[in-house]
Design a protein around this ligand. Structure first.
Ligand SMILES: Nc1ncnc2c1ncn2[C@@H]1O[C@H](COP(=O)(O)OP(=O)(O)OP(=O)(O)O)[C@@H](O)[C@H]1O
Length: 628
């Protein structure tokens, strides 16, 4: 490294000096958790904004900043006062903006890619031992779908893509394709590189460790071919790479011509947390952080014996009380304020702890619903989340102004257009008022209606529009009522999507409210991956392989409770990544979120092994370990 400095301003100075339009220099910032990477990024841009933005704008150019999440995008945009000279976007939107005008090139790429994929699948079919086993049938289905897609390609006039959506329409590209096509165009179309560099002479990537490998490679290639024309700046922490599609060897083999500033201060965590994360990290590389904060903070490992049945809710509640005593911080016990952040590996673990499983689990089991369910954009969710919930809250708070605003915005009864068309607007207003009263009456006497009851009421009064996803169910609910005592209706056809909704709609509205809090980041729960980049005063990390059910991560292996598998040993011998490496990085990310105190809760049936392993590794002292 050319520089290792404890003075952040020197590092920031070096980064800023790279953003020189006459003499651009690329850089890779080496920095661990809580070292202020995002702050350095924004500071450099702000300084650039002050000194050089006029020239950039005059030349019709922009600075491109690629971030990992939409939330990070919004944060950076707002800190740069929404200056249009900064093009801040996620990698998927950035990629799509680059390629979307080139319909014919996309078509050719897709055609050749589909042909390759079909040829590979046909080859596998040819070598299959049986034509009746599951893999054969699955491959046959894939060949059929890919062939169909290949056939319709010529008829597509314009490809579509939504970086935040499921992209299931016939003319849409999926997320993986957009990244691959962009990387391929940048690598193999010299004109594309020239256009990009002309438009964005400075390209900065935050969270570069998790940015799609193919694209990072393409950007490296572009920089190598035009060294005097572009600044490529990478911010990130290789130890925080938690997705499998990031570039594994990022940080190694950085060209000599690049600047390599390093930040070694951790501004977020107290001293004890920093010694812990330094120890965890020492299993992967030799980066050591120094604390900025004076306080020691508190860390405890609770090892929970799962050889006998355990009530996890009770155990975890007890742990928060113990932490409150140990830290003398009563907020550890304050459930209502969500003052403790509880991190689980999987969403379903958060759902069961947060009490919204009945709504979440059935819908999350439908693959194409996953993204929409997590960002709240799933068709059907917004009726309850954006219309019914705020309306009920407004009524409960006696805020009639908010009630009428929501009605004006969403209700087809009272919407401006409806009133214009109607000659009897007074009548319509009365109808709307009655609809609100009828809906709100479901909550009278502290009742907690089911989503089904709410849907039925919405259907009957027409207070809000019902999306296509819920309409068949609403129809059926109403039908059931009409059929009581009448003739048996025909058995409905099984449709897994409708069945998932039917199950979810049986939950109580209060469960749905908890789900909304979860996806709005207002609940006490988060996932190990989802809290990337965030920080919280009190953090409880739940390690529970059995409940997580996955195979990508294994805390039991990381903590020495389970021996590495032959595959792990093989990978290790071949210098490849193992599930222990992946889990170590995830554990580093979760522990490094704590600003004050940290409780780690390890569920295991090998408690003695876990204790002796963590003592041997020097992660915890004996008096920091509590067996339950
Ligand atoms: N130079 C500084 N002086 C004081 N506080 C700082 C400084 N730099 C960063 N911080 C604070 O430290 C905390 C961590 O900063 P930030 O989130 O930017 O770090 P990061 O490197 O992006 O972290 P991570 O990679 O772990 O998500 C924030 O509260 C930030 O305000």
């Amino acid at each position: 490294m050319t520089e290792t400095d404890t003075t952040p301003s020197t590092v920031d100075e070096e980064i800023y000096s790279c953003l020189d339009l006459d003499n651009p220099k690329s850089f890779f910032l080496f920095a661990g958790a809580g070292s202020g990477k995002t702050r350095s990024l924004v500071d450099a841009l702000k300084r650039f904004q002050k000194n050089n933005i006029v020239r950039l704008k005059k030349d019709g150019q922009k600075i491109a900043v690629i971030t990992y999440t939409n939330a990070a995008c919004d944060e950076i945009k707002s800190r740069l006062e929404f200056d249009m000279a900064f093009h801040v976007s996620t990698i998927h939107s950035f990629a799509w903006e680059i390629i979307n005008p080139y319909t014919n090139d996309i078509r050719s790429w897709l055609a050749s890619n589909l042909e390759d994929e079909i040829a590979k699948l046909n080859d596998q079919q040819g070598r299959a031992r049986s034509t009746t086993n599951k893999s054969y049938i699955k491959r046959a289905k894939k060949i059929e779908l890919k062939t169909k897609r290949l056939e319709i390609l010529p008829s597509i006039k314009k490809f579509t893509y939504n970086p935040n959506g499921d992209n299931i329409e016939r003319d849409s590209l999926n997320h993986e394709e957009v990244i691959k096509i962009t990387a391929d165009f940048i690598l193999n179309k010299p004109l594309m590189q020239s256009i990009l560099i002309r438009k964005y002479p400075i390209l900065l990537i935050d969270e570069s460790q998790d940015t799609k490998k193919d694209l990072v490679d393409a950007f490296f290639d572009m920089q190598e071919k035009h060294p005097g024309k572009i600044t490529l700046g990478l911010f990130g922490d290789t130890m925080q790479r938690i997705y499998t599609d990031g570039k594994t060897d990022l940080g190694q083999n950085i060209p000599d011509t690049w600047a390599k500033p390093a930040k070694i201060i951790n501004y977020r965590c107290p001293k004890r947390v920093i010694t812990l994360i330094n120890k965890i990290r020492s299993g992967a590389d030799d980066q050591i952080q120094e604390p900025h904060k004076e306080n020691d903070g508190c860390v405890r490992l609770f090892i929970v014996n799962t050889s006998n049945p355990v009530n996890k809710a009770t155990v975890e509640h007890g742990i928060t009380s113990t932490m409150a005593e140990l830290t003398d911080d009563q907020l550890w016990k304050d459930d209502a304020q969500a003052s403790v952040k509880i991190l689980t590996l999987e969403h379903h673990m958060a759902a069961s702890r947060g009490g919204f499983s009945d709504f979440f689990v059935p819908l999350y089991s439908v693959d194409k619903f996953k993204t929409g369910l997590l960002d709240g954009k799933l068709q059907g969710v917004s009726l309850f989340a954006k219309q019914v919930l705020p309306l009920v809250k407004a009524k409960q708070a006696g805020d009639e102004f908010a009630v009428s605003r929501i009605m004006r915005e969403y209700s087809p009864i009272i919407k401006k257009d409806a009133l214009k068309k109607s000659t009897k607007s007074l009548e319509e207003i009365t109808k709307a008022k009655d609809a609100v009263v009828a809906l709100f009456s479901l909550w009278s006497d502290d009742a907690d209606p089911s989503l089904n009851e709410v849907l039925k009421e919405v259907y009957n009064s027409g207070i809000f529009l019902i999306s296509d996803a819920l309409l068949p169910i609403a129809d059926r609910l109403n039908q059931d009522q009409e059929d009581i005592g009448g003739e048996q209706t025909e058995e409905p056809e099984n449709d897994p999507v409708i069945e998932a909704w039917e199950m979810a709609l049986q939950c109580k509205f209060s469960q749905f409210e908890e789900y909304v809090r979860y996806i709005s980041d207002e609940s006490r729960f988060g996932t190990h991956q989802g809290i990337k980049g965030l920080q919280f005063p009190r953090v409880m990390v739940i390690l529970d392989d059995d409940e997580a059910r996955g195979w990508t991560f294994s805390y039991d292996k990381l903590f020495g409770a389970v021996e590495p598998t032959p595959t792990d040993i093989n990978n290790l011998e071949e210098g490849k990544e193992t599930s222990i490496d992946r889990t170590r990085r995830l554990f580093y990310v979760t522990c490094s979120r704590a600003e004050e105190s940290l409780a780690i809760v390890a569920y295991t049936n090998e408690r003695k092994k876990v204790e002796s392993y963590v003592l041997e590794q020097g992660w915890f002292d004996k008096d920091e370990i509590i067996q339950i």
